[in-house]
Write a protein that binds this ligand. Sequence first.
Ligand code: ATP
Ligand code: MG
Length: 556
Amino acid sequence: LKPPNRTFHGHLRLLSSDVYSQYESIRQGKQEIPKYFNFASDVLDKWSEIEKAGKRPSNPAFWWVSGEGEEVKWSFEELGFLSRKVANVLTKECGLQKGDKLIVILPRIPEWWLVKVACMRAGIVIIPGTSQLSAKDILYRLQASKAKCIITTDKLAPAVDSVASQCQLLKTKLMVSKGSREGWLNFTELYQNQSADHSCIKTRIQDPMVIFFTSGTTGSPKMTQHSQGSLGFRPLLSERYERVKPDTGWILTSVASFFDPWVFGSCVFIHNLPRTDSAVILNTLCRFPIDVLVGAPTLFRMLVQNDLSKYKFMNLKYCVSGGEPLNPEVMEQWKSQTGLDIHEVYGQTEMGIICCVCKGMKIKPGSMGKAAPLYDVQIVDKNANILPPGQQGEIAVRSKPIRPLGFFSEYLDNPKKTAESERGDFYVTGDRGTMDEEGYFQFIGRDDDIIISSGYRIGPFEVESALIEHPAVVETAVVSSPDPLRGEVVKAFVVLSPTFSSTDLESLTRDLQDHVKKTTAPYKYPRKVEFVKELPKTITGKIKRNELRDKEWGRM
Ligand code: ATP
Ligand code: MG
């Protein structure tokens, strides 16, 4: 990828100057947010025009490489052409109309991006799901969302068929495949023969665009509905990314590999890996000009287990971690081995990024940065009173009088959950934390994960971060465990490093306990330690502490 030229930022403004000035007025209360917005026509097609006029660096808009070495590169114009064909498949062949719902369960193949853009063109509400879903997960999603159509690959088609009879509203099944299957339309064939004449539908900025299911870390995933403006319009207005160079290649996360890079005309780079293998990821970073790497802490924890001095990254400049707290130890190891900082982001399916460490900001290990642009983030108590710096409370985002752009519209079909998330003028995240004098937020734990032992409130993250500093610990989860005397005590589940597999576990337990007593307040040390092969995780790689906790308390 070419370095960005000087005039590039000019084009960025060219694209967004009208909305930028509009937003300034919105902020000052002089103007309302625009009535209509569609990411395909207002962003992608604009970039296509800029590209045609020769005013955009010659990077592809989309660059995809498979584990087997296949490659796909599209300009914005090609992306437009192909996604119009797909829009015709969805509207003509599948009979979908504006507002209809489509579940998309595809691996990271180019069709995923085409379908997503096509849905925007046709106003179809997209419901993304990962291809690791089981038949039961698919049934839950089909029934909960009332989707009319599903698109998936031949691998998952049998799972869909096994539950389809229980989903009366499901009308059409589309398969991305070379083969055929009874009862299924073949996406690949239909799309190749389709016309590329399609005019993008006009959508109101508040119209629904996507329904995400939350990760399901604490129970059944919840349906969070986002509007056309929520994800596509917000980054257009935030200054956050102006400081990130726009010729960015992104890897790994799906939100970060769509809206944010394309708002800035960047290249979306995808390496479709058959499985998460650290050597393949590290080699990819050496072979391709990737500037930005985005992943959950699990990814970085896995990568630092390697000897990183063997790898010379081609372009990597910026690393982002989110989804779970990042242990300071992992951040330090990564920095000392690669010279790179990890910028933390904190967010939720409900409203995208809430806090972040932006480029150029001071990094405080163990902190997830300051409030993201457009959000007023505070620590509040049970009555929605704002707490002063240093005091522990619930992380909350101001949602009244105006619900900020970027917020989900509601939990679909769940007014009770929606109401529970509101407290006074705030939306409460369900996470506990503190804010320091400089406005940096510290994550303490999910509300339910807090351990109360002999009257002390203990956040699992701090104990986990202390444990992971010990060379024997690869990964750990800390939960409460019943205790006749103290009510509950701290218990650590520990995944051991292979080099410690033959160590005497009793003395290692004492060693770990001493280590925690030295690094944090002694009362936080884990009175119980259990060594395990792996930790229960969600599909997105988050530790399911509630599962471990339920087991401890005999609730399973
Ligand atoms: P569910 O709501 O279904 O139980 P979930 O909350 O894990 O699942 P997501 O919306 O994917 O679903 O995750 C948001 C949550 O992830 C946050 O509320 C927070 O607990 C955690 N999280 C995200 N980023 C960070 C971070 N940087 N540090 C600490 N925790 C984080
Ligand atoms: Mg949640």
